[in-house]
Design a protein around this ligand. Structure first.
Ligand code: PMP
Length: 364
């Protein structure tokens, strides 16, 4: 038998692959619109593609297990010492490192209702006990989270912005929360979507690292940076926590092609600016389109938006799929009547809105 925590888990359900949907529908892959996994719709940066091609020549060798060049570049870009970074095979990898390093069987881990699905996975995987605080207006309720702290709490996960709701926490509220958390409890501030955010009251967690030695900020190259398929992300924390994470990290957890691509895209300002702009415009387009269809959506500052179908989310998901449009059912996040759609290109967003409009007429 698997460990007790693992027995209660269901496998994470990723979005259906485009190739499979195309085969089932008898369509070309190019006819399928996948807006299911919060990816960058522009594809990877050309600079990253060129860097990957160069890196392939070195594949007989192990990667640099310390990620020296990438950490140096991140350090220079963000003004945080290189020894504060831990690279991961996606930021999911570093979320798991935190659980493995700090949560023992029976220890409690707090996160919010409707928060990112990987938090319960990494908690239960190490025998930890998930303590789920109720959400407020679909977002994190920090007072409710603080109220769940007990003698057994070891880690608190906060996603800012949160997936799948797109909700976010303001600087003052989050700082007051961090002030209230006892220092022996690790707070993970998951900033997977931070690079999309353009709000003056949105906090940059990196600026808090010196003030809170128990803070771990996680970020990823999967979203704005357009490298989801390569699996590369990182944690930033004080030297003490970073040292602990590095003790249990697999020696070569990040591959060399991913590190070279990440280095290249980190400096590709034109690509990053264009990605932000496409996302901001796409979000407006989806908001207007959904409202035009009479649907209620949750205001989002990420690269996705979640809307209320009024109850028939699975039916609508299936009918969209039949039309070659893949979105994300989020019943597993405790939101059975909502669907999440990622921001695509203008044309993809329009295809989604047209398909949704047709589906709503079909089932009316
Ligand atoms: N955190 C949040 C909130 C996310 O939505 C995601 C991606 N779905 C991740 C972390 C992990 O992304 P990755 O492992 O690709 O870095």
């Amino acid at each position: 038998l698997a460990n007790p925590g693992v027995q209660g888990l269901q496998p994470y359900q990723p979005g259906k692959p485009v190739s499979e949907v195309a085969r089932e529908l008898g369509l070309e892959e190019s006819a399928i619109v996948k807006l299911a996994s919060n990816e960058n719709p522009l594809g990877p940066s050309q600079r990253a593609v060129d860097a990957m091609a160069r890196a392939v020549g070195d594949l007989a060798r192990y990667p640099d297990g310390n990620g020296f060049a990438l950490k140096a570049a991140l350090s220079a870009k963000y003004g945080v010492a290189a020894e504060c970074f831990t690279l991961g095979n996606g930021s999911n990898d570093v979320l798991e490192l935190v659980a493995r390093a700090y949560v023992a069987p029976g220890d409690e881990v707090i996160f919010s209702e409707h928060a990112f699905a990987v938090y319960p996975i990494v908690t239960l995987g190490v025998g930890g006990v998930p303590v789920v605080a109720p959400a407020q207006d679909w977002g994190h309720d920090l007072a409710a989270m603080a109220g769940r702290i007990s003698d057994k709490t070891r880690v608190i996960f906060i996603a800012n912005p949160n997936n799948p709701t797109g909700t976010w926490l303001k600087r003052d509220a989050l700082q007051a929360f961090l002030d209230s958390v006892p220092e022996h409890i690790i707070v993970v501030l998951d900033e997977a979507y931070c690079e999309y955010v353009d709000e003056v009251e949105y906090p940059n967690g990196l600026l808090w690292l010196e003030r809170y030695p128990n803070l771990v900020v996680t970020r990823t190259f999967s979203k704005l940076y357009g490298l989801a398929g390569l699996r590369i992300g990182y944690a930033v924390a004080g030297a003490a926590i970073t040292n602990v994470l590095n003790r249990i990290r697999q020696p070569f957890n990040v591959n060399s092609v991913a590190m070279e691509a990440a280095l290249a895209v980190l400096e590709d300002d034109a690509y990053l600016a264009r990605s932000r702009q496409v996302n901001a415009e796409g979000l407006r387009q989806l908001e207007a389109g959904l409202s035009g269809l009479g649907l209620v959506w949750i205001p989002s500052i990420g690269n996705f938006i979640t809307f209320d179908t009024g109850g028939n989310a699975n039916g609508i998901f299936d009918r969209l799929l039949q039309r070659g449009v893949i979105v994300r059912p989020i019943a597993a996040y405790g939101m059975p009547s909502h669907l999440r759609v990622s921001v695509g290109t203008e044309a993809e967003n329009q295809q989604f809105l047209d398909a949704l409009s047709a589906v709503l007429k079909e089932i009316a």
